[in-house]
Design a protein around this ligand. Sequence first.
Ligand SMILES: *Cc1c(COP(=O)(O)O)cnc(C)c1O
Length: 359
Amino acid sequence: MTEQTIEINLSNNKKEKPNPDQLSFGKVFTDHMFTVSYSEGKGWHEPKVTPYQPITLDPASMVFHYGQTVFEGLKAYLANDGRILLFRPKKNLERLNLSNQRLCIPTIDEELVLSGLKKLLEVDKEWIPNAPGTSLYIRPFIIPTEAFLGVAPSNHYQFMIILSPVGSYYKEGINPVKIYVEDQYVRAVSGGTGKAKTGGNYAASLKAQEGATSRGFSQVLWLDGVEKKYIEEVGSMNIFFKINGEVVTPALNESILEGVTRNSVLQLLKYWEIPVSERKISIEEVFESYSKGLVEEAFGTGTAAVISPVGELSWRGENIVINNGETGTIAKKLYDTLTGIQKGDVTDYFDWTISVDVK
Ligand SMILES: *Cc1c(COP(=O)(O)O)cnc(C)c1O
């Protein structure tokens, strides 16, 4: 592919930056965005950085009707030495194209997206917070923009990246959460779109999440969509258990989203020579192992929280408290190591971080 020039059009109306102590998640956006258009015949074209602004679409635009969308989520960190660090961005771009393939969206040049992201970060670098635990959340996404009500892949798309400064996920250190094992609704099924980061999966999850919240739980544990027997994910995170000395996570399948954090956790555990396996694990096995005193830890993994310990699980009216409701040793070590690497404070054994050169 020939290299495309990224046009840059700077905002002359800069917004006020939020107080770093009051950052929440995904409510405040920076001054610029990066966009690339797609039309049949032309392919992906007109990459540009422009002022952050509303977009105008025809009400018949396909994005409003049948959910042919994909998105990604990653973070940029400001290191203490002033470098801007991205954590394994190529994994996210690879996954974006896997999602595209599943949703019949034309794949996009990963190098072009990475260059656009770097340009955008350069322009909005003052928005990257540097207080402990804070970062700049990066949301790339694609919407179909053709005005057509037929159920078919769109012939026009818009790729965009927007940025949002986010606060520490945990206000007072990492906190174990209460999880409801969902045995009525499912998130994804084999043959469906669970493996892709596409909007419909999250729309499908809201009902169960609403039920869990109303019962006093923070998230649901998803079981497989066929037998409702095997564990798949927790909320929109991957899940790990430590049972009888071994760390176990569900093996990837058609309905599990492969997290970059999950992949990084597996590599770290292997590096530390902690026994780990990817296999099918049933909810029954967890409760049975618990009754034998063998469940040592449980935690979710994902970009937003990095590591989210599970303190309590409730399944069919039975509640189990894991590790006395406290953060486990492995969860803590993983959290400290991953956030340390991301922020440039811990040796990056695996060359995971990419530094964005700012002129
Ligand atoms: C994004 C996501 C994850 C976590 O992926 P990371 O790359 O680690 O952030 C896990 N499960 C679901 C359903 C997700 O959408």
